[in-house]
Design a protein around this ligand. Structure first.
Ligand code: 0X9
Ligand code: ZN
Length: 335
């Protein structure tokens, strides 16, 4: 294994590592090709479950985790890779019993980097790039006499504004050059469409949806587009408390649980789509390290913090899975 957690990795390295893991752990892992990005990169996930080639493995309750929706949030794909490693026993080997149980009960699908074009652009051109790289339109949508752009052509849609729930209303901009441009229609971007096309037919099996971002150290519960309390609010509050407690127990870092709209309201995010669009009662956004006050560090989380961030989120994920409605209803909860 050349894959380390002392450094961030390029998309090809992440993809190769994913393939190598699936090859090494063939009885419990397989690669899922979700789709193709605008620039032609394959958007991949790894599906992990006991006896992966058996038909009954398809019927197990599903957990979905994704990272790298926003290009510059490099600790997110890194954390996804570490979580995959831990589930497959490549890291956190003391948890092998726990992970075995998890693979027996669930199918866990992890897409480490759903915005590969943006991720690569944040290496090559602009470390602080957020959106994808599909041409989005002219600045302020203003054309010249000849049908070209009056000032300039811009690139990128905010992948986390492009989902269908409350699309295009709050916390978005109609300017294609904006960081929060939601696209021209829900799912008009290959990144969101790939995830939607994979998950929609599986929605009855999907019991937990988590999307990993940075930064702020928040555990965000529904809803994101409105301050109105969702029906499951009390459940979400309990889950949030359990998760942040587990995260803090690892390295003493206290993530803050809140409703996503309390961070700021915005339309069309992925967790709201999973919650209201697919009807997944447990749907969350996690904002990884650093904390909100460390804005000078922000997206440039030092490489020596990759491992602790990932470690605390392995523990956070285990607590999360124990506390989702599905687990509680099946008497596997903590209460
Ligand atoms: O704005 C986003 O898409 C997420 N934050 S980030 O800094 N990673 O860009 C937050 C999405 C959660 N939803 C709401 N805050 N409504
Ligand atoms: Zn983000």
């Amino acid at each position: 294994g050349e894959f380390s957690y002392d450094t961030y990795h390029r998309y090809d390295v992440i993809s190769d590592r994913l393939a190598a893991l699936a090859a090494k752990h063939q009885t419990v892992a397989e690669i899922v090709d979700l789709g193709t990005s605008y620039e032609g990169r394959t958007i991949k996930a790894i599906r992990m479950t006991a006896n992966i080639s058996s038909d009954e493995s398809d019927d197990k309750p599903m957990v979905w985790l994704d990272g790298g929706s926003h290009a510059r949030e490099w600790v997110s794909p890194a954390t996804m890779m570490y979580i995959i490693d831990s589930i497959l026993g490549e890291q956190e080997t003391d948890k092998s019993d726990k992970m075995g149980e998890l693979l027996a009960k669930f199918q866990i699908v992890v897409a480490p980097c759903i915005n590969p074009d943006g991720y690569e652009f944040s290496y090559e051109e602009d470390r602080f790039w957020r959106k994808n790289r599909q041409p989005s339109g002219c600045k302020n949508n203003k054309l010249n006499w000849y049908g070209g752009c009056f000032s300039k052509l811009c690139y990128g849609v905010d992948n986390n504004r492009n989902w269908s729930v409350d699309w295009g209303r709050t916390g978005v901009s109609t300017d294609p050059c904006s960081e929060i441009f939601p696209g021209r229609a829900p799912f008009d971007q290959p990144n969101t469409k790939a995830v939607k096309d994979y998950l929609e037919p599986l929605k009855d099996k999907l019991k937990l949806f988590v999307t990993y971002h940075s930064y702020s150290e928040y555990f965000l519960t529904p809803l994101g587009y409105t301050e109105d309390l969702p029906a499951d609010h009390e459940h979400h509050t309990k889950v949030g408390e359990a998760v942040v407690r587990a995260i803090a127990a690892r390295h003493g870092v206290h993530y803050v649980p809140m409703r996503a709209a309390e961070m700021y309201p915005c339309s069309g995010d992925s967790a709201d789509w999973a919650y209201e669009g697919l009807g997944v009662g447990d749907s969350y956004t996690i904002e990884l390290r650093p904390d909100w006050d460390s804005w000078k560090v922000g997206f440039e989380l030092p490489e020596d913090q990759i491992r602790p961030t990932a470690e605390e989120n392995v523990d956070g994920l285990l607590a999360l899975i124990e506390n989702i409605k599905y687990s509680r209803e099946n008497n596997n909860g903590t209460e």
